[in-house]
Ligand binder design. Structure first.
Ligand SMILES: Nc1nc2c(c(=O)[nH]1)N[C@H]1C(S)=C(S)[C@@H](COP(=O)(O)OP(=O)(O)OC[C@H]3O[C@@H](n4cnc5c(=O)[nH]c(N)nc54)[C@H](O)[C@@H]3O)O[C@H]1N2
Ligand SMILES: Nc1nc2c(c(=O)[nH]1)N[C@H]1C(S)=C(S)[C@@H](COP(=O)(O)OP(=O)(O)OC[C@H]3O[C@@H](n4cnc5c(=O)[nH]c(N)nc54)[C@H](O)[C@@H]3O)O[C@H]1N2
Ligand code: SF4
Ligand SMILES: [Mo]
Length: 679
C-alpha cells in the first residue's frame, strides 16, 4: 500500500526557524511544502528551505561507523565503534579531552553532549560554533542587559519606525526576517544600513553608511556624540532604568562627526542625519549579526550597539531592541542548554557554588568547577600536545575555523579524534573514528530559533543505513563508559529534565509546543512565553552603559598585504557546504568559490572577470575565481568561506576577542596576485 504523509518540522538551515512539511511517500522523502500557519514563515521559504530534502537523500550519507586502519577507513559495527571510543576516552585525564557540540543538533542533544562532557569526561571543555559567531553577543549583552539573546521577536520588526541594520546581510542570510524589514519599509519606516559592502538591503536603505571594516565602535560613538550634542537622548529612561551614563558621556565626547569620518570614511553629514533618524523614531529596532561580532573588538561592538539603544530608550518595548540574528538553526538552543565551557543550561555559571551543587545533585555525580577551553583554545592546546582527544559532533572546523593550516596541524597532533556527522567532511577525513548521525528528517527533538522560540522537529523517515540519532549515540557511549543518568526513552523525556534544571525553560515541554513553539523565558507551565525582553526591568536589574574607545583590528593592510579581506556567505550556500553543495538547485547557482574585487582595483591589477588569481595572507594562499564588482569598496575584497577548493579560512587570522574569544573573520590583510599568463 502506498502511504503518503506530510510531517511538520523546522528548516535545518538558518535561525529564522521557518516551518515546513516534509512530504513522505511510501517511507521516502519526496519534497518540501511550506506551512502557511507558521508565525514567521507564513507559507514562504527561501531557496535553501525549498530544497532542504536533497541532502537528506544524498548517496554520500554516512551509513556505518568507520575506523581508520592503515590510513584507510573501514566499516565496523556499532558495538566495536562504541568499544573503541570508550576505551580511548577513558585513557585521558579531564584536561586532555574536549568536546565540540553542534548547532545543527537539537536542544536535547546539546544538553546531553554537555552533560557527557561534564558528568562523564569530567571536563568543562565543551564548546560549539557559537564561539565563532555570537560569542560576543552572549558576553556583550550579558554585561549590559543581563541576557545575551535577541531582545524582541521577528514579527515585531514590521512595526518599527526605524530599523538600523548593522553588519547583517539580512536578505541573503536571514531571508525570512528580511521580509519583515521590507514590510516595515513599505509601511514608511526608515531604513539605515551600515555595511562596508553593497548588499541587497542597501538598495532599499534611506542611508547606507559604508564604513571601513572594523570601525563600528567609532561609528556608534559618533551617533551617540551627535545625539547627546543635540539633546535627543531619552533622559527619563536613562535616569530610571540605566547606570554608567556619566562614563559613556565622557568617552563619546571626542567622537565628533569629523573625527568619526576620519576613522570610518563615512561622510559626517550622513552620520549626523542617520543618528537623528534613529534617535527621533518612536520605536527603533537595531539588527546586527557577524559584521559586528566577528572582530577582536566583537564585545566592544556589541556593547556599543547596546549603548545606543539604552541612550535612546529603545529597549523593553515592542518593535525596538538590540537584535542579534542568531545564525544556525539551533545555535540559540545550543547556547541556551549549556554547550559552552563556562555555563550549564540557562546560562548558569559553572563557577557558581550553588549552581555547581545543584547540578551535582541533579545528575548524582561529581562535576568539575573550572571553566573549560573554547574552540580556538582547544586547537591551540591540541597543537601544543596538551589536548589529546576531541569528540566532534556536527561541526566541520577544517573549513570553518580560522587559519585552517593551524587547525590541520592541531587535529593531526591529537592521539584520538572522533567525528559524528552525516557526511565524511574535511574534518571527518582526519578522524580515527567516524560515527554516522541521522539528519534532521530522521529524528525528533527541538530547535530554538533566533527569537528564543523553542520548536519541534519531527521524524519523517527512517535513518539511512545504520546511522543513529545523535542523542542515542551519546547515551549509548555514556552508558558504555559506565555512567548513570543516560537512560532516556525519548527526546521528550530529555526536555523534561532540561526544564527541571533550567529556570528560563522551566515551563517548556513537548505537550505545549505541538503547534507553534514557546519563547523563553518561560519559567512555569502556566507562563505564556516572552515575546520581548527587559519590559520594566532588565534581566540584570538596570541597563548598563560602558564607555568604549575605538581600537583598530588586529591586522591592518600594509605595503606587502595591501587589501583588507572580509569573509562571509552567499544565500545559496551554507557554511562548509556539506549540505548545500549536495543540493543540485543551489550548486547550479553558485558552483564554486569566488573573490569579489572592486572594478578600480581590478583595473589597477589588470585582472578580469572570471580569471583565477591567487590571494595570499601571512598564513596561507589560495587560488580563486574573480568577480569584478562594485559590491566591495576599493581596497577591500570579499571571499565566501563555503568552498573547500578555495578555502577563505586558509587566509584568515585566528586573533580573537580577549573576552569572547571569537576570531576576527571580518578583517585581515591580504595580497592579490595576477597569475603569470602562459607563454
Ligand atoms: N545562506 C546562508 N544563510 C546563513 C548562513 C550561511 O552560511 N548561508 N549562515 C548562518 C549563520 S551561522 C550566521 S552566523 C548568519 C550570518 O549572517 P550575516 O552576519 O548576515 O552574514 P555574513 O556574510 O557573515 O556578514 C554580514 C555582513 O557583515 C558585513 N561586514 C563585514 N565587515 C563588517 C564590519 O566591519 N562592520 C559591519 N558593520 N559590517 C561588516 C558584510 O559585508 C556582510 O554584509 O547567517 C546564517 N544564515
Ligand atoms: N571565514 C569565515 N569563517 C567562518 C565564518 C565567517 O563568517 N567567515 N562564520 C563562522 C560561523 S558564524 C559559524 S556558525 C561557523 C559554522 O561552522 P561549522 O558549524 O563547523 O559549519 P557547518 O558546515 O554548519 O558544520 C555543521 C556540520 O554538521 C553536520 N550535520 C548536519 N546535520 C547534522 C546532524 O543532524 N547531526 C550531526 N551529527 N551532524 C550534522 C554537517 O554535515 C556539517 O559537517 O563557521 C564560522 N566560520
Ligand atoms: S530563511 Fe532560513 S529557516 Fe527560512 S527557509 Fe530559508 S534557510 Fe530555512
Ligand atoms: Mo554562525
Amino acid at each position: 500500500m502506498i502511504e503518503y504523509k506530510n510531517v511538520l518540522t523546522v528548516c535545518p538551515y538558518c535561525g529564522c526557524g521557518c516551518n515546513f512539511y516534509l512530504q513522505v511517500l511510501d517511507g521516502e522523502l519526496v519534497g518540501i511544502l511550506p506551512c502557511k500557519s507558521h508565525l514567521v514563515s507564513q507559507g514562504k521559504l527561501c531557496i535553501k528551505g525549498w530544497n532542504a530534502a536533497d541532502f537528506v537523500i544524498s548517496k554520500d550519507r554516512l551509513t556505518k561507523p568507520l575506523m581508520k586502519k592503515n590510513g584507510k577507513f573501514v566499516e565496523i559495527s556499532w558495538d566495536e565503534a562504541l568499544k573503541v571510543v570508550t576505551e580511548k576516552l577513558k585513557q585521558y585525564s579531564p584536561d586532555a579531552v574536549a568536546v565540540l557540540s553542534s548547532a545543527k543538533c537539537t536542544n536535547e542533544e546539546n544538553y546531553l553532549m554537555m552533560k557527557f562532557a561534564r558528568a562523564v569526561l569530567k571536563t568543562n571543555s565543551v564548546d560549539h560554533c557559537a564561539r565563532l559567531c555570537h560569542a560576543s553577543t552572549v558576553v556583550g549583552l550579558g554585561k549590559t542587559f543581563g541576557s545575551g539573546a535577541m531582545t524582541n521577536s521577528i514579527g515585531e520588526l514590521e512595526d518599527a519606525d526605524c530599523i538600523f541594520v548593522i553588519g547583517s546581510n539580512t536578505t541573503e542570510q536571514h531571508p525570512l526576517i528580511a521580509r519583515y524589514i521590507m514590510r516595515a519599509r513599505a509601511k514608511g519606516a526608515k531604513l539605515i544600513v551600515a555595511d562596508p559592502r553593497l548588499i541587497p538591503l542597501t538598495q532599499f536603505a534611506d542611508y547606507h553608511l559604508r564604513q571601513r571594516p572594523g570601525t563600528d565602535v567609532a561609528l556608534l560613538n559618533g551617533f551617540m556624540n551627535v545625539i547627546l550634542k543635540e539633546g535627543w537622548e531619552d533622559k527619563k529612561f536613562i535616569n530610571e532604568r540605566t547606570e554608567g551614563f556619566a562614563e559613556l558621556k565622557e568617552v563619546v565626547k571626542k567622537y565628533t562627526p569629523e573625527y568619526v569620518e576620519k576613522i570610518t570614511g563615512i561622510p559626517k553629514e550622513l552620520i549626523m542625519e542617520a543618528a537623528r533618524i534613529y534617535a527621533q523614531a518612536k520605536s527603533a529596532s537595531l539588527v546586527y549579526s557577524m559584521g559586528i561580532t566577528q572582530h577582536t573588538t566583537g564585545v566592544d561592538n556589541v556593547v556599543s550597539c547596546s549603548n545606543l539603544a539604552l541612550l535612546t530608550g529603545n529597549v523593553g518595548r515592542p518593535s525596538t531592541g538590540v537584535n542579534p540574528l542568531r545564525g544556525q538553526s539551533n545555535v540559540q538552543g545550543a547556547c541556551d542548554v549549556g554547550a559552552l565551557p563556562n555555563v550549564y543550561s540557562g546560562y548558569q555559571s559553572v563557577a557558581d557554588e550553588n549552581t555547581h551543587a545543584k547540578f551535582e545533585k541533579a545528575w548524582d555525580t561529581e562535576l568539575p568547577s573550572q571553566p573549560g577551553l573554547t574552540v580556538v583554545e582547544m586547537m591551540n592546546e591540541a597543537a601544543k600536545g596538551n589536548l589529546k582527544a576531541i569528540y566532534i559532533m556536527g561541526e566541520n572546523p577544517m573549513l570553518s575555523d580560522p587559519d585552517i593550516h593551524q587547525v590541520k596541524k592541531a587535529l593531526e597532533n591529537l592521539e584520538f579524534l572522533v567525528v559524528q556527522d552525516i557526511f565524511l567532511t574535511e574534518t571527518a577525513q582526519l578522524a580515527d573514528l567516524v560515527l554516522p548521525g541521522t539528519s534532521y528528517a530522521e529524528r525528533d527533538g527541538t530547535f530554538t530559533a533566533t527569537d528564543r522560540r523553542v520548536q519541534r522537529i519531527r521524524k519523517a523517515i527512517e535513518p539511512r543505513g545504520e546511522s543513529k540519532p545523535d542523542w542515542q549515540i551519546i547515551c549509548a557511549l555514556a552508558r558504555k563508559m559506565g555512567s548513570k543518568g543516560f537512560e532516556y526513552s525519548s527526546p521528550a523525556e530529555i526536555m523534561d529534565e532540561i526544564a527541571s534544571v533550567t529556570p528560563i525553560d522551566g515551563g517548556i515541554g513537548y505537550e505545549r509546543i505541538e503547534d507553534i513553539g514557546l519563547q523563553w523565558p518561560c519559567p512555569s507551565k502556566e507562563h505564556p512565553g516572552t515575546p520581548y525582553l527587559h519590559q520594566g526591568k532588565f534581566s540584570r536589574g538596570k541597563g548598563k552603559f560602558f564607555g568604549i574607545e575605538f581600537k583598530e583590528a588586529a591586522e591592518l593592510p600594509d605595503a606587502d598585504y595591501p587589501f583588507i579581506l572580509t569573509t562571509g556567505r552567499t544565500i545559496f550556500h551554507y557554511h562548509t557546504g556539506t549540505m548545500t553543495r549536495r543540493t543540485e538547485a543551489l550548486n547550479r547557482e553558485v558552483p564554486t568559490g569566488y573573490v569579489e574585487i572592486n572594478f578600480k582595483d581590478a583595473e589597477k591589477l589588470n585582472i578580469f572577470e572570471g580569471e583565477i588569481v591567487s590571494v595570499k595572507s601571512r598564513r596561507g594562499k589560495i587560488e580563486v575565481k574573480v568577480q569584478v564588482t562594485r559590491k566591495v569598496p576599493e581596497g577591500v575584497i570579499f571571499i565566501p568561506f563555503h568552498f573547500a577548493e578555495s578555502p577563505a579560512n586558509a587566509l584568515t587570522n585566528s586573533a580573537f576577542d580577549p573576552v569572547a574569544k571569537i576570531p576576527e573573520y571580518k578583517v585581515c590583510a591580504v595580497q592579490v596576485e595576477k597569475k603569470p599568463s602562459l607563454p
